[in-house]
Design a protein around this ligand. Structure first.
Ligand code: PGA
Length: 247
């Protein structure tokens, strides 16, 4: 098995304030060194402050969404070039909250991933099934369909993305996929990535959905789980650091 460095990414979602962010970021800096790579994906309005706080450290930062367009009359949107200028290493695309509340299709998610890569920002492409889909035995079909749209669009650049498997029923619910359930899906996704790119062994696939300090180690110990995308627990320095230490 190829050695893949663990990656732990905080997804702050729509949380934070200047004061709270400053405190959280300085606690993360004080908690170094971490064994794996650590990043935070913050609301766009806080990117520059985050960049200033983390500049010169080995912590990375990113955004939670990006426009599929390069520039133009798209009120409210933020382009990949703007994210690159703010020093973003990563951008989350296709989070299930965007798919659900903003009707983002597989094709739109793929276009966003492509726009990010074109500016050198690594897309963290989220895939995952709902509870109804899992119970109907459709998990594999759903995640493969979601990933396939992105693979197809990125073509020879597909190996540059990071994938995050986030079962929708596990996000923010306190209900985590068991390590075995998560590993089974990760193995499917890695096989799909490998078939498409020939580089599946080196690509990172993160798990997300109610990752906490007490379940992180067993999840991250699975063969195909290369780290986590952490929501709620990334807002508390002590929890996020404990999860990073579990990597
Ligand atoms: P959660 O969120 O850790 O709060 O479940 C994960 C995510 O939505 O990325």
């Amino acid at each position: 098995m190829a050695q893949r460095r663990k990656l732990i990414v905080g997804n702050w979602k729509m949380h934070g304030s200047r004061a709270a962010n400053a405190e959280l970021l300085s606690a993360l800096l004080a908690g170094r060194p971490y064994l794996g790579d650590l990043a935070v994906c913050v609301p766009a309005v806080y990117l520059h402050e985050t960049a200033a706080a983390l500049a010169g450290s080995d912590l990375r930062w990113g955004a939670q969404d990006v426009s599929e367009h390069a520039q133009g009359a798209y009120t409210g949107e933020v382009s990949a070039a703007m994210l690159a200028e703010a020093g973003c290493r990563y951008v989350i695309v296709g989070h299930s909250e965007r798919r659900a509340y903003h009707a983002e299709s597989d094709e739109l998610v793929a276009a966003k991933a492509q726009a990010a890569l074109a500016k050198g920002v690594t897309p963290i492409v989220c895939v995952g099934e709902t509870l109804a889909q899992r119970e109907a035995g459709e998990t594999e079909t759903v995640v493969k369909r979601q990933l396939s749209a992105v693979i197809h669009r990125l073509a020879h650049c597909a190996a540059e993305m990071v994938v995050a498997y986030e079962p929708v029923w596990a996000i923010g619910t306190g209900r985590t996929a068991s390590p075995e359930q998560a590993q089974a899906v990760h193995a499917v996704l890695r096989a799909q990535l490998h078939a498409a790119t020939g580089r599946g062994a080196t690509m990172k696939i993160l798990y997300g959905g109610s990752v906490k300090p007490d379940n992180a180690a067993t999840l991250f110990a699975q063969a195909d789980i290369d780290g986590g995308l952490i929501g709620g627990a990334s807002l508390k320095a002590s929890e996020f650091i404990a999860i990073a230490r579990a990597a």
